[in-house]
Design a protein around this ligand. Structure first.
Ligand SMILES: NC(=O)C1=CN([C@@H]2O[C@H](COP(=O)(O)OP(=O)(O)OC[C@H]3O[C@@H](n4cnc5c(N)ncnc54)[C@H](OP(=O)(O)O)[C@@H]3O)[C@@H](O)[C@H]2O)C=CC1
Ligand SMILES: CCCCCC/C=C/C(=O)O
Length: 502
């Protein structure tokens, strides 16, 4: 059984972590049928960390059939809602006891500063488990007013097997936010982590049996999107796909569903998110700058919710650009296990190269590079926090999601003008606005075409509020109690109060 041990000896975390690197099916570690493996790279050094098993469609078949069997026997509606809740609470407890180790393995694999994985991302995953455990058994159908000879009611039932296909930016946090509502409503799951960041899911898998979760309820098949992801999307016995990733792959999944069993598809996709800053916040500009920094530079800009288009009203524009530049230049970029680091590397080499191409294209298309713009470090995939001004709507920087630490700052005069600019995008994930005028805050919140609007804050996440995309940012929702209904189908029951033919 292939295992790998990593010895951490950093200022922030010391310890030894051992992971099993195979597929996790039926609460067991099993080698892939075709026996292939691939290398996982540390983005801070460019060096290999370990090799993990790569699945194929044959492994997907085994995992889906394990999940189906569990759905029909040891999970689904065969157990009580309190049993499911207790399993998730126990899992949350075990994760809480191991939060340092999980954070360390994710930092090693993704490059996210340990202060962030340990301080926020993994604790949020734990809180998500507890939040949905608390909602177990609280979904319900309704009795319905019908004609006097009939009794009608609705009932909510799980779909069956849910496949969770996840990206690399906050791997375990997103995995947990997908599987937890699925599990609590009675579905079983097959997870396909990103090929670039598979390690935290493998550590997570090692807690599942101890939490008392029956075999087959949670299964993990690592591998490539075009093989494992595609096989899940086309599988006749997968009932629902919950996907987070690019709009390009989102389209492929919709197509695969249409060409197979028309499984339900929920998509959390990209964003080209506007942040609108009105001049009336001038007295509190430092707070607004701090929120704006969080909006775009957190996680090296590798966020679907990144505030990459910043619109500043003309009266305070010069001051904002000057101070934001100073802030960007002071950011400590480097070793994610250093306590002072606020920005690690891009998560993998091709992503670093992609962001660098966006910077080059910005310069070629005539935007003004104010600061940053360079790759840093000899071996790791670090990028300077980068600011452009003079970015016009026809430019690539205005349109494309770079998923990197690139802010475009633009000037505007009026509310009408900025609403048009903010909504001039095919995406609709997030918008932020800063103003002290309550009426304007409400008008703007209504006008911004996005599933989430942050007012006088940015990327201040909340498990209890739904996370959903307008336009090409997605279908369906994550977080909040609203999401439970996405993982359950409604059945209408008509009971004849007698046998009389109507
Ligand atoms: N809305 C939201 O909440 C969030 C959205 N995102 C979005 O995710 C994107 C970045 O993540 P990234 O991982 O690059 O996105 P991708 O779309 O490239 O990949 C996401 C997942 O899909 C898999 N995949 C790739 N091809 C296929 C396929 N043909 N069929 C099925 N699955 C496939 C990938 O596998 P593999 O990588 O192993 O090949 C990966 O597991 C950004 O656009 C970002 O906006 C990210 C975080 C949050
Ligand atoms: C300081 C909290 C920032 C949370 C970042 C998580 C967001 C991820 C995403 O939007 O993809």
């Amino acid at each position: 059984m292939p295992k790998f041990t990593h010895q951490f000896d950093t200022n922030l975390y010391k310890g030894s972590i051992t992971l099993n690197t195979d597929r996790f099916i039926n609460n067991d570690w099993v080698s892939p049928i075709d026996g292939q493996r691939f290398e996982v790279i540390n983005p801070s050094t460019g060096k290999g960390i370990t090799e993990i098993s790569v699945g194929t469609s044959k492994d997907v078949n085994v995992a889906v059939s394990a999940a189906r069997k569990a759905f029909k026997t040891s999970w689904g509606l065969n157990v009580t809602s309190s049993f499911r809740a207790n399993c998730l609470l126990k899992l949350a407890d075990i994760m809480s006891q191991n939060v340092d180790a999980i954070a360390a393995i994710e930092t090693l694999d993704v490059g996210t500063p340990f202060t962030m994985t340990r301080g926020y991302l993994i604790p949020e995953a734990v809180e998500t488990l507890k939040y949905y455990a608390g909602l177990s058994g609280k979904t319900h159908g309704h009795t319905k007013e019908t004609n006097p000879l009939k009794f009608g009611y609705t009932r909510r039932e799980p779909y069956g097997v849910v496949a969770a296909i996840t990206p690399w930016n906050t791997p375990l946090r997103i995995t947990i936010s997908k599987i937890t509502p699925a599990l609590i409503t009675g579905n079983t799951v097959v997870i396909k982590p990103s090929e670039f960041t598979p390690l935290s899911a493998l550590l997570f898998a090692s807690f599942i049996e101890e939490a008392g979760i029956p075999p087959g309820v949670i299964n993990i098949v690592n591998g490539l999107g075009e093989t494992v992801g595609n096989a899940l999307s086309r599988h006749p016995d997968v009932n629902l796909i919950s996907f987070t990733g690019s709009t390009r792959v989102g389209r492929l999944i919709i197509q695969a569903s249409a060409e197979s069993n028309m499984k339900k598809v929920f998509l959390e996709l990209g964003g080209k998110n506007p942040s609108v800053i009105f001049a009336d916040v001038e007295d509190d500009l430092e707070e607004v700058l701090a929120w704006s920094e969080r909006g775009i530079f957190t996680l090296s800009g590798q966020m679907c919710s990144a505030g990459s288009r910043i619109f500043v009203q003309e009266q305070i524009y010069n001051k904002f650009v000057q101070r934001f530049t100073e802030i960007a230049e002071k950011r400590v970029v480097g070793d994610p296990f250093n306590a002072a680091t606020v920005q690690g590397p891009a998560a993998y080499k091709a992503q670093r190269d992609r962001v660098m191409r966006y910077i080059d294209t910005g310069i070629q298309e005539g935007a003004k590079l104010v600061t940053g713009g360079k790759a840093l470090g000899k071996d790791g995939y670090f990028i300077q926090p980068t600011i452009f001004t003079e970015v016009a709507p026809e430019m690539t920087l205005f349109r494309d999601e770079s998923f990197g630490p690139i802010a475009s700052i633009m000037k505007f005069k009026t509310e009408e003008e900025v609403i048009q600019l903010a909504n001039d995008t095919s995406y609709g994930l997030v918008g932020a606005l800063f103003t002290k005028d309550l009426n304007r805050a409400i008008r703007m919140s209504n006008a911004i075409e996005a599933g989430t609007v942050f007012v006088n804050c940015f990327n201040w996440m909340e498990i209890s509020l739904p996370w959903t995309g307008y336009k090409q940012s997605g279908w369906g929702s994550e977080k909040g109690e609203e999401v439970l209904e996405y993982y359950m189908q409604v059945k209408a029951v008509h009971i004849n109060l007698g046998l009389k033919v109507a």
